[in-house]
Design a protein around this ligand. Structure first.
Ligand code: HEM
Length: 448
């Protein structure tokens, strides 16, 4: 009674109305899949089915597929997410209708000197190594992250990648919070680090000399196609060719981020799979010893010719895909194989499920590189295997990443063998966003 007297009847009515409206806002989009008779777990107001991630992405997706089949609906807060494991629907979304309907993803406004003797290591060198490679190949800048743990580029990238998830979560539930974040000066990513990287890439670009004397790296190619910012009249009236300075710098940043963690994480999983599968490692050592000259520089043709290494890469990426899910935003309501996909839905492919689905793979849980052999391997369904994505929006860095990984593995395995040690967690335990709960620890032993 005391509480009721706190406000007038009118105020209570307004409060109840506001609460009802807020609740309605929180549940409004959640009926969409029910109307379309698409099954799925029951969403909660505001957060949708996000709470189910507590179980971990792998087991949650697996549980849903077992319960609902090849198509089910989830809600990332208020955004409808259509999960699909049917290869025909995947083909239409990722390839056939990519340009017309499913164009974009979600938008939110030295090895030798390091181990002389038998010792335990985490494959920690792989992230700085991939950074050094990307800055050298893309910008002709020789960074030294592999030998210098305090290398500023490396430090700033790590700060950016370790961003907190909660502002993103808040934006999913309340998209209009973007303006509030601006007013409160809440940054989604550390502004200082982003500014540092943006400015340093600008200085790389400014240092690139005249065309004829420069290496034709990624930055040079973009610089040759630079147009003034004033050529952009509006967002919808864009010149058909050319990039402004801002676009060049943003693309360069995307290149660094696209390749940094992905390449190093994938390399780490490959080393882990080799350490836990000594037979495959033995076969790979034999191929490397037979095909590569020992004390000569590696040539492109030598690396490309390492076929078993290719199979190891493919199989490792099948067993532990670095990107566990792919997504495309549906920009207009369409019918795909009898299924209505409403505008605004995120079509999502649980890659990790496709890669282990017994309908497409024999003994999917086993690490068997030979299944990717050109003669005598398994027939791979292209819509059930997608470590670098699928269709026109797949990974632009794929060939480059494969070459980088093959080069580092070939050189490393010429000189070392990789083994598990007492601290290796087998199998790897993943957290809810499919990252290893603890760093992967392996032992590198110099070869005789
Ligand atoms: C093993 C290493 C890598 C893996 C596993 C990987 C994986 C992926 C995946 C799964 C996608 C999404 C594709 C899709 O949605 O269909 C992607 C996109 C992308 N990747 Fe990679 N990537 C790797 C290395 C790289 C490297 C080295 C670069 C750049 C030098 C790069 C640049 C990009 C870019 C720019 C995109 C966006 C493409 C677009 O939106 O059109 N990636 N990558």
């Amino acid at each position: 009674m005391f509480v009721l007297n706190f406000f007038s009847a009118t105020t209570w009515t307004l409060l109840a109305l506001a609460f009802a409206l807020l609740l309605l806002y929180g549940i409004w989009p959640h009926s969409i899949f029910k109307k379309l008779k698409i099954p799925g777990p029951r969403p909660l107001p505001f957060i949708g089915t996000l709470a189910s991630f507590r179980k971990g992405l792998i087991s949650f997706d697996r549980e849903c597929q077992a319960k609902y089949g090849d198509v089910w609906g989830l809600f990332d807060a208020r955004t409808p997410v259509l999960m699909v494991t049917d290869p025909e629907i995947i083909k239409t979304v990722m390839v056939k209708d990519c340009y017309s309907t499913f164009t974009n993803r979600r938008l939110i406004d030295s090895l030798k000197d390091k181990s002389h003797s038998k010792q335990e290591q985490y494959p920690q060198f792989v992230a700085p190594y991939s950074l050094d490679v990307v800055t050298s190949a893309s910008f002709s800048v020789e960074s030294n992250a592999i030998n210098d743990p305090d290398d500023p580029i490396n430090t700033h990238i790590k700060k950016i990648l370790n961003f907190s998830l909660w502002p993103f979560f808040l934006l999913m539930v309340f998209p209009f919070c973007g303006r509030l974040f601006e007013l409160l000066r809440i940054e989604l990513m550390p502004r200082l680090s982003l500014d540092y990287l943006y400015n340093i890439i600008k200085s790389f670009k400014d240092q690139h000399g005249p065309e004829e004397s420069s290496r034709a790296d990624f930055l040079q190619v973009m610089k040759q196609n630079e147009i003034p910012e004033t050529d952009i009249k509006s967002e919808h009236d864009q010149p058909s060719k050319g990039l402004t300075e801002r676009e060049i710098l943003s693309q360069a940043l995307i290149f660094i981020f696209g390749g940094y963690e992905t390449t190093s994480t994938t390399l780490t999983y490959i080393l882990y799979n080799l350490a836990t599968n000594p037979d495959a490692l033995q076969t790979l050592h034999e191929e490397i010893d037979a095909k590569l000259p020992r004390d000569a520089p590696l040539r492109y043709e030598d690396v490309v010719g390492l076929e078993y290494l290719d199979q190891v890469l493919s199989e490792s990426q099948r067993l532990i895909p670095t990107a566990p899910r792919l997504e495309r935003a549906c920009k207009k309501t369409v019918q795909v194989h009898g299924l209505t996909i409403p505008e605004g839905t995120l079509v999502t492919i649980p890659v990790h499920l496709m890669h282990k689905d017994p309908r497409f793979w024999s003994s999917p849980e086993l690490f068997r590189p030979e299944r990717f052999s050109k003669d005598g391997g398994e027939e791979v369904n292209p819509y059930a295997y997608m470590p670098f994505g699928l269709g026109p929006r797949n990974c632009v860095g794929m060939r480059y990443a494969v070459l980088t990984m093959k080069t580092v593995l070939a050189r490393l395995l010429q000189n070392y063998t990789v083994e598990t040690c007492k601290d290796t967690v087998i199998p790897i335990e993943f957290n809810w966003i499919l990252q290893p709960k603890t760093p992967i620890k392996l032992k590198f032993v110099p070869r005789q």
